[in-house]
Every structure is written in structure tokens, then in C-alpha cells.
Design a binder for this molecule. Structure first.
Ligand code: ZN
Length: 466
């Protein structure tokens, strides 16, 4: 045992969000991810101290651009971080969009809380970080990292980014640590994607590593198959159009929105969807993310690259990008035949709430959920069968048909995670980023059955690898 090599989780410990992992090797301190805590009562955790001194961190390695992996970066910089941030080119571009959007929301939330006299977290009423903090933090992103290359990141430490197949630019990160003649490897899975999806390559299987820090978002349940889910989406749209209604799809701006656009295009090409439909991508962030996708062909799989050569695989019939509020509001006048993609995916904010207000009470319309709906969110209440929900202070009856299609997940399910991990011997697997009672418990059981030692780290708990 080398007491100078320490691992500790400062987020996503017995919970799903807030990924933030610290690795100490001798005098070097490396952070992997610096994500936001999300969802109802977790939000206040963002105002807590990090559990380490941000100024002491040499390098931050970022697995991908989802907010629960990068959303505390501006705060880290504000509290003294002056190191380098290493990420793939696509992650860097997407993180820019994600952080600036989040900063705008933080400022709005803080202003609203101040007006209502509500206190938020230990620090009072200020935003978690401002737009200025977000811009400033972007300066710390270093040259982009290519998949597969081994790069020196600090004295005694190299890193290799491997394609995680989760969202554009996503990576698992393999760290090799050397101190006083001892070498150890530790692999951070990041979020692992689902294989056989369009656009992205399948996740690179986990390489040999002494330790694995593994995400367990869906560690307890299998997904529905993707082809079945696509068929169900097409059926939802056809049936809704036949009734004369609209289809509202609350959608995450990264990856899911682009995937759905891809399937709408393909459905029209294959004759599964009508050519005369209207499709609205009503999310400035998703529109920017779609542009970013087009700039990163290095992340695409072979099939998608071939499809790109034949035309625009995102261009569904009647597709319109509505950046302006006025364009967005004009969608409310359409009574039927439209597919409306808008954020946020869990309906906690964003333009989708307007579209829900205009369509939820209409029997002819449908709302199609294609992503994860965390507990306590508006999406979850609707998915769970609420008869009425409150939107903008109004009680809205739920009469639209509600569809929940879970096969589009960007997360590997239990089988996918076990397949990714493979059978190579491991000294220990640390389970993070999951629901403690469900995903983590189920995965612990699976690993025990396979004879792989595992541990669920507690928040800020220093772990000395054996
Ligand atoms: Zn993710």
C-alpha cells in the first residue's frame, strides 16, 4: 500500500449527480469531473465546500459535458482553481454551451429567490455562479485531447481518454499513477453509453486497470430494445396525427434531441412518418448543440459518416429551428400535425413548459417522454399518472396521451455495464453515480457473484487503495 495514493469522491457518492473525484498521487492532485448536484433537495449541496482546496488541484480531467459532470467548474475556478482542464474537442465545445446556459439559469433563479425573499443554501441568495464566472472558467480549457492517446497530465501521472459512447465527445479516463517506484492504474468510466445506437460509436470496453470507478445510473434494470422504442415513437406520432393533435417531446438538448431528429428523418425516408409533418426544435441550446455535432465528425460511427455523405441525417421533413421567443410562441397556434422537441427533458424549466400548458389538456395531443425523469420533477409527476399538474401557477388537466419510451437511454443498462467492465481481474471496483438503494445495490450483488471486490464510497471519504 502506498499512502501517497488516495482516491475520494466529492459528489455522485451514493447519489446520481454531482460527479467529482479526487486522485492524489504524491504531491499531485487530479480532479476527474466537477459536476452539479441536480434535483430538488440536492441543489443546496452545490453551495457546500468542495471537500478539498480548489487552488490545490493541478489538473481537471472532464469525461463529458453533461451538467452533472461539469456544472461546478465555474465555482471551482471562482474558489481558486488555476490548473488546466483537459477534455476532448467535442466535450470542450459542448461544455461551453452547457455552462453558459446553466449560468443564465442560475442568475435567473437567484433573482427570483431574492424577489421572493427565499434563502437558498448556506451562502444565501447569490447565484451559484454567474455568466462572468462561466466565461472566465472556459479560459482554463487546454488543447483538446484525442481518443486513445496517452498524455502526460502531471508529474507521475498519464491519462488516456477512451470513447464512452454516451454523448458526443464523452470519454472514460484511464489514469496511470507512479510514485516512489509503485505504479497503479485507475479507470473512471464516466457515463457509459448504450451500444448499437446511431451517430456515436459503441463504448470502448474497459481496459485492464487495478481500480475502476464506475457509474451505475441504470445498474438495476434493463432497457427496452432500441428498435422497439423507435417503432413506438413512430406509432405515437402516427396515432396522434390521426387524431389531429400535436406531439410534445420533452428532450435533453445534448444527444437525445439530435437522436430524435435523426429518427424523425429516417422515419420519413422509410415511409413510417408522413412527409407533411412539422418538426420544431424549440430550444436554443439544442440548436447550438446540433451545430456542434456537425463540427465533430471524429466522434461519429461508420454508418453515420456514410449517411452524412448522402445528405443531412438531422433534416426531418418540415424541420424548423426556433431560436427566437416569438417563433417559439407562434408554435402555440398549431393545433395538429406538429412534433415539438423542447427542453428541459425533465420539464423543470425551459420552453417545454409552455408547450405542455398548450397541449397537456388536449385529448388529441400526446406527450412522449424519451429520457430519464428524476423523482420530484414535473416530468416524473406526469409519467406517474398525475391527473392535473401545476404549470406557471395554473392547474392544467392531463388529458393528452402520455407515452414513456425508455429505450433511447444514453446510459448502458446493467448488462451493458457488466459487458463494458468485462472479466479482467480488478483489485476493486468503486460504485458511484447511481441510486444507492437500487442501481448500486444491484450492481454490488452482480459483482460479488463474479468475485470482483467492490465498494460504495461515502462523500469526502478518503480511500487508500490497497
Ligand atoms: Zn452523462
Amino acid at each position: 500500500m502506498n499512502p501517497r495514493m488516495v482516491y475520494s469522491a466529492h459528489g455522485a457518492a451514493k447519489q446520481v449527480t454531482g460527479s467529482c473525484h479526487l486522485v492524489t498521487c504524491g504531491d499531485t492532485r487530479i480532479l476527474v469531473d466537477c459536476g452539479l448536484f441536480q434535483g430538488g433537495n440536492h441543489h443546496d449541496l452545490n453551495f457546500d465546500p468542495f471537500g478539498f482546496d480548489p487552488a490545490s488541484i493541478d489538473v481537471l480531467l472532464l469525461t463529458h459535458a453533461h451538467l452533472d459532470h461539469c456544472g461546478r467548474i465555474p465555482r471551482l475556478v471562482r474558489q481558486g482553481f488555476r490548473g488546466r482542464i483537459l477534455a476532448t474537442a467535442a466535450t470542450r465545445d459542448l461544455a461551453r454551451i452547457v455552462l453558459l446556459d446553466a449560468a443564465g439559469l442560475q442568475e435567473e433563479d437567484a433573482a427570483r429567490a431574492e424577489r421572493s425573499g427565499q434563502r437558498r443554501g448556506e451562502q444565501g441568495n447569490g447565484p451559484l455562479f454567474t455568466l462572468d464566472d462561466a466565461f472566465y472558467s472556459l479560459d482554463y480549457f487546454d488543447k483538446p485531447v484525442a481518443y486513445g492517446q496517452t498524455i502526460p497530465v502531471a508529474p507521475g501521472v498519464t491519462a488516456q481518454f477512451l470513447d464512452a459512447g454516451h454523448i458526443l465527445g464523452s470519454a472514460s479516463i484511464l489514469l496511470t499513477l507512479e510514485d516512489r517506484g509503485q505504479t497503479r492504474t485507475i479507470l473512471f468510466s464516466g457515463d457509459i453509453g448504450n451500444p448499437h445506437r446511431p451517430i456515436l460509436r459503441d463504448p470502448t470496453p474497459a481496459p485492464a486497470a487495478d481500480y475502476v470507478v464506475m457509474d451505475t445510473t441504470y445498474g438495476n434494470r434493463p432497457h427496452r430494445s432500441l428498435p422497439d422504442s423507435v417503432d413506438e415513437l413512430y406509432r405515437a406520432i402516427r396515432e396522434t396525427f390521426a387524431r389531429g393533435g400535436n406531439v410534445v417531446i420533452p428532450s435533453f438538448a445534448l444527444e437525445r434531441a439530435q437522436e430524435i431528429l435523426y429518427y424523425l428523418h429516417r422515419g420519413a425516408v422509410e415511409g413510417q412518418l408522413p412527409q407533411n409533418m412539422h418538426v420544431f426544435l424549440d430550444s436554443p441550446m439544442a440548436i447550438s448543440a446540433t451545430d456542434t455535432f456537425r463540427r465533430h465528425p471524429e466522434c461519429f460511427d461508420k454508418t453515420f459518416l456514410a449517411q452524412l455523405r448522402e445528405g443531412d441525417p438531422f433534416a426531418a421533413p418540415g424541420l424548423r429551428f426556433t431560436r427566437d421567443t416569438a417563433q417559439s410562441m407562434a408554435i402555440n397556434r398549431i393545433e395538429g400535425g406538429a412534433v415539438i422537441l423542447a427542453g428541459s427533458g425533465m420539464c423543470t424549466g425551459g420552453r417545454v413548459r409552455h408547450h405542455l400548458k398548450h397541449n397537456l389538456w388536449r385529448e388529441r395531443s400526446s406527450v412522449v417522454f424519451v429520457g430519464y425523469a428524476a423523482e420530484g420533477t414535473l416530468a416524473r409527476r406526469i409519467v406517474d399518472g398525475a391527473r392535473a399538474v401545476r404549470i406557471f401557477g395554473e392547474d392544467i388537466q392531463v388529458r393528452a396521451q402520455i407515452w414513456t419510451i425508455n429505450g433511447f437511454s444514453a446510459h448502458a443498462d446493467q448488462d451493458g455495464l457488466l459487458h463494458w467492465l468485462g472479466d479482467a481481474p480488478r483489485r476493486k471496483v468503486f460504485l458511484v453515480h447511481g441510486e444507492y438503494e437500487r442501481g448500486m445495490a444491484a450492481m454490488t450483488e452482480q459483482l460479488t457473484r463474479k468475485g470482483i471486490p467492490s465498494q460504495v464510497p461515502g462523500m469526502h471519504e478518503p480511500i487508500l487503495p490497497a
